[in-house]
Design a protein around this ligand. Sequence first.
Ligand SMILES: [Zn+2]
Length: 498
Amino acid sequence: MKQWLSFIFIMTSLIWLTPNLVHANKAVIQVDHLNIRSGPSLSHSIIGKAHNQETYHVVDQKSDWVQIQGNEKKGWVAGYLVKMKQDQSVTSKVDHLRVRSEPGVNSTVRGYLMKNEQAAKQDEQGEWVLIKSAKASGWVHSDYLRTYDSQVSPTESQTKTASSLGEITVTAAVLNVRSQKSTNSSIVAQVSKGKTFTYIAESNGWYQIKLNDTKTGWVAGWLVTSDAEDSTGPSTDVTKITLQFNGTNIRTGPSSNTTVLASGHKGEQFNVLGKENQWYKIQYQGKEAYVAGWIVKEETSSSDAPPTVPSQPSKPGSGGLKGRTIVIDAGHGGFDPGAIGVSGSYEKTLTLQTAQQLKRTLEQNGAQVIMTRSNDSYVSLSARTIVSNASKADLFISVHYNSYPQSASATGFSTYYYHSNAKSLASTIQSGMSRATELRDRGIRHGDFHVLRNNNKPAVLLELGFLSNSKEEQTVSSTNYQKKVSQGIKNGLENYFN
Ligand SMILES: [Zn+2]
């Protein structure tokens, strides 16, 4: 509890690019499967995917778009789905701290830093730190520096005006803001779970919200809560929360506009006193405080054990997969719904249904199955790979559904692999599915997904259809499709093991 930092560190605010962000030089991705595009608009082609919590260098910014660069990846992402970060800042602990031309006490003194003077850390060599301040740039000894991460993230203006009818809070992980009150209209922005907006009109289940002083858009009423429905009492059976990120803000009230009391650390646990909107009320140093519900891990039991214990494999049976153990990973879950379909279906629900169907099919054919989740709970990506890596399974299958709202005509299923040891597995499963279903075969692809990259078993990720296409959303929601695709995967696995 000693390591609380007092400066402002806003983790999850919706980021609007404003002039004071030009100094930010790192972007941390806030959602999974974020499209990286060839240019700064939705009409540019998708050239890759970025994943939650990955950090990239910021190369350029244009209106609401940020150009990022990482290992082998360079392109544009939507600015409101990343968190902008500055280089690490340092301050001098002493007056007249010498700034030298080289790392070492024998090099030339170029200038001085005064006590509490701030500088940007640019490099490091042993005990020496390369800094740049307004007055000098060069090397200083790390003993005389105080280090911290500074972060900029202005919150959007939420000034209530005379025309404001009230507030809504986003309950979907990523919610499309549209030009008209219809799912057929164009997407003007995307906003993230827990964000609150004022609305200026309400019609046919849609709210017209103010994105900022000049921009408005429509959101579906079934993916938000309005202040009229807000509950204030404890309305949760979550008894404990665990912070998922360093720098999680602990606030005085249940909104990102309230004062930050302290900055919490990953792994810290708090008992839950209640829930207001999407915020958990906790006790912090004898006082009531709040933390955003969508960035913490929720625990409904009183157990202190980390919730990463692999479930017991099922009993072995007989059949073509006898003696084989397979990890089935239902994508998303809990506060992370994954993609949201045109008619409002959640990817997390379909992945769980499909994973359970696949489990039955594989077990009927003699396999043992380990599920990374078997109910609607949030399981982190690393917990999923920990389950796989710690198990004696033969392979790992992650189940997902796709979405591409920018083009409703996108359809079909594909299989991703990352390590080359999973390529033949991807091929056999893909062709098994192709024979069993009528959907478009999009083939196998190389994909840089956490659950594949950090897996020591041959691992594949299945994208089993597009929820952004309304016909396909209907098809894949049916038991019939889920049974057929499970049968196809089973056939593919039998081929693979032969
Ligand atoms: Zn997914």
